[in-house]
Write a protein that binds this ligand. Structure first.
Ligand code: NAD
Ligand code: UDP
Length: 315
């Protein structure tokens, strides 16, 4: 049995990861300050005696003895990470320093949840890990993008300087049950709007693309990455290479919900990337043939069921 720390464990992805790690017979410590996460996401795990929850902010040091650390603490939706951009930078940078310092002291292996945002508005398509990206360092998204880029730098430098065993994954747009219904991300927005019969808000002309990964596929990739040989540190892209325009996504959500909602076109947010699609050759090679198994329609159905129940409960 391993003891594993998951920062951001009460969030959307973190809660699925905690659940999976517990199911595999590990002891899990979930650390979260509940900025965007919620006890609701992990309440079903609370009866498990091998699950512990700690209210803590990663910008402050934290001490514990564990074998592995998954560092997920950081708001991930543009609405939430732009709400307090300085705090977002502190969470990424100071959070990484605190968790890497812990990993160094206790000789734990540590995985960083980085992001496709390190590629910014990419000029290389699909994105491979050796692409350095096209990020506006002073734009509204920079608190997140540059925070995550700095965290990657901290990770590789803790490895070079101190021999810390690190793993970096770059996560592409991920969706599924337990997304925050008001966090403004496109999948949750469209589903909630369709279920409520409200207008579907398309930003810009809706021709920008994203590649959407269902959360279970991501969690499988994260665990396989943590278990790779020590020499393989990444970064490695974890995403679903099937690419869609926002108009295609909206129409798929309307079809699956049988909704009569209308599409409305709103201004495109500043620095919104025009295209995004992972090249996952490296993940396939290094993670024992890993590739996403759940395609959009199937994943959307599960997510729609989740939000449908949430709305029925009046949440
Ligand atoms: P989320 O907002 O649901 O989860 C983030 C969690 O971190 C929340 O529970 C939040 O309360 C917690 N948190 C935030 N600041 C904290 C702090 N200072 N101290 C302690 N806890 C803090 O988002 P998510 O989608 O589950 O994302 C999880 C991680 O994956 C993030 O690091 C995000 O950058 C990364 N990621 C997600 C996606 C995606 O599409 N969902 C894509 C790329 C990267
Ligand atoms: N988007 C949209 N309508 C919405 C929310 C988002 O058209 O109600 C667009 C947004 O402009 C972006 C894409 O959907 O082009 C993905 O946005 P999201 O915030 O989910 O993720 P990110 O931009 O970080 O990839």
């Amino acid at each position: 049995m391993k003891r594993i720390l998951v920062t951001g464990g009460a969030g959307f992805i973190g809660s699925h990861l905690c659940e999976r790690l517990l199911n595999e017979g590990n002891e899990v410590v979930c650390l979260d300050n509940y900025f965007t996460g919620s006890k609701r996401n992990i309440i079903h795990l609370m009866d498990n005696h091998y699950f512990e929850v700690v209210r803590h902010d990663v910008t402050h040091p934290y001490f514990i003895e564990v074998d592995e650390i998954y560092n997920l603490a950081c708001p991930a939706s543009p609405v939430h990470y732009q709400y307090n951009p300085i705090k977002t930078i502190k969470t990424s940078v100071m959070g990484a320093i605190n968790m890497l310092g812990l990993a160094k002291r206790i000789r734990a292996k540590i995985l960083q949840a980085s992001t496709s945002e390190v590629y910014g508005d990419p000029l290389v398509h699909p994105q491979t890990e050796d692409y350095w990206g096209n990020v506006n360092p002073i734009g509204v998204r920079s608190c997140y993008d540059e925070g995550k880029r700095c965290a990657e730098s901290l990770f590789v430098n803790y490895e070079r300087q101190n021999g810390v065993r690190i793993k970096i994954i770059r996560i592409f747009n991920t969706y599924g049950p337990r997304m925050h219904p008001q966090d403004g991300r496109v999948v949750s927005n469209f589903i909630v709007q369709a279920l409520k019969g409200e207008d579907i808000t398309i930003f810009g002309d809706g021709k920008q693309t994203r590649s959407f990964q269902y959360v279970d596929d991501l969690v499988e990739g994260m665990i396989r990455m943590m278990d790779t040989r020590d020499e393989f540190e990444g970064p490695v892209n974890i995403g679903n290479p099937n690419e869609f325009t926002m108009l295609e996504l909206a129409n798929e959500v309307l079809r699956l919900t049988n909704s009569k909602s209308k599409l409305v076109f709103l201004p495109l947010p500043e620095d919104d990337p025009t295209q995004r699609k992972p090249d996952i050759s490296l993940a396939k090679k290094e993670l024992n043939g890993w590739e996403p198994e759940i395609q959009l329609a199937e994943g959307l159905k599960k997510t729609i069921d989740y939000f449908d129940n949430l709305l029925r409960e009046g949440i």
